[in-house]
Design a binder for this molecule. Structure first.
Ligand code: DX5
Ligand code: ZN
Length: 225
């Protein structure tokens, strides 16, 4: 069975106190650090890049989950790998040759993932599933934290999960955007096993929120077994 993983998005953390956030994530049992890279072109804002990723790697031992919301990402793949990316997600909409980009990741020993915007048909991913370790399903428009989960997301996740089963593959399904304690069960019941959450986890007590999320996921796993 695919493990259920929690990936807090540090876009929602107080970046002036990033080391506290990273240590808090580790202590509360988060699995991945979700790292949103925005270039002001593919999405309107500019966030952070390789230099901050290096700092994150120095400060904490968690696996890094790098979400590249940038134009022309192939050019930046080598530098993100050097900076310590463990998983890299590329947006299908930004790639000339998805097979070539995914094989660059695989050859470097990095987990390879594709993502699509919520308005791109899920079927567009189907030819590439066998080259992916993970698919990141955007459940909001990429670009900003704190948006509301789009209501057609569970249906899209289900469609993807069915196709992964049909092709007899084992591919993680990550959900990203608007995941809170109300929307989490919708995503998990539809087939998601890697959970990105920013504003819902960093609002209030981070450690308590991560533990609460873990309890919900443990329960989902038990009913599944
Ligand atoms: C949005 C980013 C998300 C964002 C999620 O483009 O990819 O990772 O940080 O934040 P919340 O959980 O607040 O929607
Ligand atoms: Zn993200």
């Amino acid at each position: 069975m695919r493990p259920m993983l929690i990936a807090p998005s540090i876009l929602a953390a107080d970046l002036a106190r990033l080391s506290d956030a990273l240590h808090g994530m580790e202590e509360a049992g988060a699995d991945l650090v979700h790292f949103d890279v925005m270039d002001g072109k593919f999405v309107p804002e500019i966030s952070f890049g390789e230099i901050l990723l290096r700092a994150v790697k120095r400060e904490c031992a968690l696996e890094t989950d790098v979400h590249l919301m940038i134009r022309d990402p192939e050019k930046s793949i080598p530098s993100f790998i050097r900076a310590g990316a463990d998983r890299i997600t590329l947006h299908l909409e930004t790639l000339d040759d998805p097979y070539r980009a995914l094989s660059m990741l695989k050859e470097a020993g990095v987990k390879a993932a594709l993502s699509i915007r919520p308005d791109t048909p899920v079927e567009a991913l189907f030819p590439y599933l066998s080259c992916c370790d993970m698919i990141l399903m955007m459940t909001v428009q990429p670009g900003f934290g704190g948006q509301a989960f789009l209501p057609d997301s569970p249906e899209r996740i289900r469609l993807l999960a069915e196709e992964i089963r049909r092709q007899e593959l084992s591919v993680d399904i990550e959900v990203d955007g608007g995941i809170n304690f109300e929307t989490l069960p919708l995503a998990v019941n539809a087939g998601a096993n890697v959970i990105v959450s920013g504003s819902a986890l960093f609002k209030g007590d981070l450690a308590a929120n991560i533990r609460r999320m873990r309890a919900v996921l443990d329960e989902a796993e038990e009913t599944d077994a």
